[in-house]
Design a protein around this ligand. Structure first.
Ligand SMILES: [Mn+2]
Length: 197
């Protein structure tokens, strides 16, 4: 058996903690992810209380849903030759830090993309709203970081390709909501004794 059996085994085995392994700072109680906050403040609190996402069985790791989602992302990301992919962002306050990774960003066009591989046949409005919050917050963070305005779109791949282009209003609203949720998360974790000032 070659040494790569163990290496591939470990890659599959650590899938459940993939994000934590690649970005260990997310294990800190006061580091929140924009993608989780775009779902809700409660989910961010949940993950902080739970610790990590646990390990998965081979069956679930190699199951269709995970690989389909990842492979669609990676197939497209590799071919977006004018873009930087998995571009990291952060926003630090005195209380907490927000982090995020942009699926693809075109610095010349000042354009941000997030790919979504939802299995829903008809995209639910609630779900789309979450996606918009995430991309909107990324756009705003790029603006804060560079002083230039960024636009962005959500691309949904679910049998067909749909684009949702964010408006300026979407972007400003998203940032307000994400910061509000981050404040709530911080407050809740403090009440639960998870964070000390
Ligand atoms: Mn994505």
């Amino acid at each position: 058996m070659s040494k790569y059996f163990q290496i591939i085994h470990d890659i599959l085995e650590s899938k459940g903690e993939e994000y934590e392994t690649r970005f260990p700072e997310v294990r800190q109680k006061n580091v929140f992810t924009i993608s989780t906050l775009s779902h809700s403040s409660a989910s961010q609190v949940y993950w902080k209380l739970k610790g990590n996402r646990g390990t998965f069985s081979y069956e679930s790791i190699t199951g269709k849903a995970f690989f389909e989602g990842r492979s669609k992302h990676e197939y497209i990301q590799k071919r977006l030759v004018d873009c930087i992919t998995e571009y990291p962002l952060e926003f630090k306050t005195e209380k907490y830090k927000l982090i995020g990774h942009i699926d693809a960003i075109d610095f010349n066009e000042k354009f941000i993309m997030d790919l979504k591989t939802t299995k829903l046949d008809t995209l639910q409005l609630g779900r789309l709203r979450e996606y918009v919050l995430q991309v909107g917050a990324y756009c705003k963070l790029m603006e804060i970081e560079t002083g230039r305005k960024y636009n962005g779109s959500v691309f949904v791949l679910n049998g067909k390709l749909t684009e949702y282009e964010l408006t300026r209003e979407d972007i400003d609203n998203s940032w307000t909501i994400i910061i509000k949720r981050a404040d709530e998360t911080y407050q809740k974790l403090k009440e639960l004794g998870q964070i000390r000032e």
